[in-house]
Ligand binder design. Sequence first.
Ligand code: FAD
Ligand code: N01
Length: 528
Amino acid sequence: MPDHDVLIIGAGFSGLYQLYRLRELGFDVHAVEAGPAVGGTWYWNRYPGARCDIESIGYSYSFDTELQEEWNWTERYAAQPELLSYLDHVADRHDLRKDISFDTRVESLRFDDTADEWTALLDTGARITARFVVAATGCLSKPLVPAIAGIDDFTGDTYWTWDWPHDPVDLTGKRVAVIGTGSSGVQTITAIAPEVESLTVFQRTPTYAVPAQNRLIAQELAELKTHYGEFRDESRLSVGGFPCGDELPPFFEDLDDEQIAGELDRRYDDGGLCFQQSFRDLLQSPEANARAAEYVRRRIGQKVTDPATAERLTPRSYPIAAKRMCVDTGYYEVYNQPNVSLIDVTEQPIERITGSGIRAGGADFPFDVIILATGFDAMTGALDAIDIQSRGKALRDKWADGPRTYLGLMSAGFPNLFTVTGPQSPSVLSNMVTSIECHVEWISDALEHLRARGLTKIEPDEAAEDNWVNTTNDAADLTLLGQAPSWYMGANVPGKPRAPLPFVGGVGTYQQILDGVAVSNYHGFELV
Ligand code: FAD
Ligand code: N01
């Protein structure tokens, strides 16, 4: 018999809930986590200004009604310390740590097709066997180290947003460079600009950021708690895993000019990513998209006083929302401060990092501190980092031309291995916690189904997988997603195949597909 029924890899939002759920169902389950503590994303990414961009009331578990009633989020968008203390509290409340091995990385997984079990080799030298493995390894947990020459030559302090020190970092009076203007860069830049002596931002592609309109939410939360359950039901059937008011926003072409302007004003002023739902076809219709993009461009121009800097900060080369949008708390205004300057690396390419700073466009810029906010090998990176083999084949070889999954949950030829928010599921295009709960519950139900029938193996058919890969790709082709060189398409990692990584059909639709598959006796899966 294997050591455990189920091995879970990772102890972030996904791993913690999966552990709780399976333990409640009476499975013998164990988790391993590469880090020394629970929290995943919110343990590692503790850079200044780190906070969620989905409202805390939705970016939280719904499975524990008492927790939901008792926990009081302070802000509309919780900051990293609050999110980490929430996950710590969940781990305490359900006594989850006793079943987690920390500081332990899974290096390889081998499937034994006769015994129907996986063997995990750990970096501690130990091995664990389990009938099933749930990879709760995270979509944004494998950092991307950019190929910038001399990265180790710098004699000042280098910090990575995804591995920020645990002791406070005092940047007062320092000359600081930030490379990268995605969500991590935008948040870091906004937070540190007031305290540093000088801040130089190296930007490759300007971002579309909309205001968070962050605020304290004590009263709103008290009101929500009178009907939190309904809110959660709505979240699960929504497009993005978080309700944006009217679930079926208008089509662009059904609106006249005044209504279009009104809708954009309303969404922008309300703040947050619901701006993307100004029009139902914002990511499908080039006209709708162009109008929303132009709106954000105009607002950037209103916030930045120097016209040349405003122009550099204005995104023009890709459709809005085709790359992950940012939610900001005064980002653009930072460039009006005299101590902040912007370098566009398409005009002044970074040549190398030197002992004393950065050489770009033939000029040397001296710094005390360099902060890298250069992103992740998203969605497939953490899975590819594990040497996963079954029937003589490696998962990373199978995925060499792009991921192949059935429902983003499993891959044919790799039985009994589930991925939480895996590629080709809504995952990063949604409120991730809604998508995590959806997957954890589906996987748990499937394992119960197998156990009740004395079955020991579950695996997708090749045909079902081919259909799902085509569905995912076709759905993405109906959108403007492919027009941006973004991590959604694998475009940020040199050599990574370009393929749509998330499923774009929406959380509600996807949930219904999963429910349908389960009630039709796990259609598309072979149960042995
Ligand atoms: P993670 O939190 O990434 O946890 C995975 C864990 O697995 C990690 O702790 C890692 O150490 C561990 N692990 C990986 N490989 C191995 C291995 N081989 N062996 C052992 N352990 C391993 N999403 C939203 O919906 N809204 C947001 O506002 C939002 N904000 C974000 C902010 C930041 C800075 C980042 C980076 C991401 C954000 N995300 C957001 C996405 C976020 O990753 C998810 O919301 C969520 O936290 C993912 O939880 P998870 O448990 O699936 O993965
Ligand atoms: O990473 P990114 P991130 N030279 O890939 C630039 C979530 N998240 O960590 O755009 C110069 O978005 C790169 O340039 P370009 C969220 O889902 C959420 O910021 O590729 N620049 C880009 O500007 C998010 O999308 C929050 O041209 C280089 C930046 O680095 C995801 O995590 C907060 C470079 C990377 O941006 C990833 O966000 C943080 C180089 N060699 C993260 N290499 C919230 O707000 C890369 N870049 C909730």
